[in-house]
Design a protein around this ligand. Structure first.
Ligand code: COA
Length: 190
């Protein structure tokens, strides 16, 4: 007999569909909230990725790609300054976990907005993705990245791209760089 989704989450003691928070001490103790992405985040996600892809720091993501994969995303948001009625939230980071196979998932589309980099927002986004991978009993998570040092700081190791199974390359056919992939492959065993 299957347990309900709610029961399974409670039993696993995890909160992947509920927010977590970190505090940025050096920025007036601003609180960054992490949660699953919603439809209202799509344009901000597109703008965040466009900015970095224009700078050549990540691959571009189309609106259709973001919509199709929306349920894969975690986002980080921060309350903006202003009087009560002007207060709002700004999307400052995002990361997606895409399941590839029974025991394999990919971290995609990781980005943290300037000036919020180097405040452990990327680290918390990865942590949420790895918790979710673990929940699905996925034993290996990989990423193709221009920032291997960030992933190494988060427990990943560099591998040869040829060590990744062929099935992951089906997605790459649509990549602007195909077949000359210049990213580094990193992986972590859970
Ligand atoms: C890469 C990126 C997501 C990192 O996010 P972040 O929130 O700044 O990272 P964190 O603060 O969690 O960093 C944790 C550790 O990772 C390492 N790290 C982070 N960014 C790094 C970088 N640019 N170069 C080398 N190491 C880095 C450091 O060891 C860092 O710890 P420290 O700040 O105490 O030295 C962010 O810089 C970014 O969005 N860059 C542009 C887009 C991009 O490159 N995306 C990745 C494509 S796969």
């Amino acid at each position: 007999m299957y347990k309900s989704g709610k029961e399974r989450f409670e039993k696993a003691g995890i909160d992947i569909y509920f927010p977590s928070k970190i505090e940025i001490e050096e920025d007036n103790n601003k609180i960054v909230v992490f949660r699953k992405a919603l439809m209202c985040d799509v344009k901000s996600l597109y703008n965040l990725f466009s900015e970095y892809s224009k700078a050549g720091e990540m691959l571009p993501r189309s609106m259709i790609d973001i919509y199709v994969h929306l349920r894969d995303y975690y986002i980080a948001e921060i309350e903006t300054d202003g009087e009560k009625e002007d207060k709002g939230y700004e999307l400052v980071g995002a990361c997606a976990l895409s399941i590839v196979w029974e025991n394999l998932a990919e971290i995609r589309s990781l980005a943290v907005k300037k000036p919020y980099t180097r405040k452990k927002i990327g680290t918390e986004l990865i942590r949420k993705c790895l918790i979710e991978a673990n929940f699905f009993k996925i034993s290996k998570v990989f990423a193709l990245t221009y920032k291997p040092q960030f992933f190494i700081a988060n427990g990943f190791k560099i591998i040869e791209k040829s060590e990744l199974p062929h099935k992951i390359w089906s997605d790459c056919i649509n990549c602007v760089k195909f077949p000359d992939c210049d990213e580094t492959a990193v992986t972590i065993e859970l």
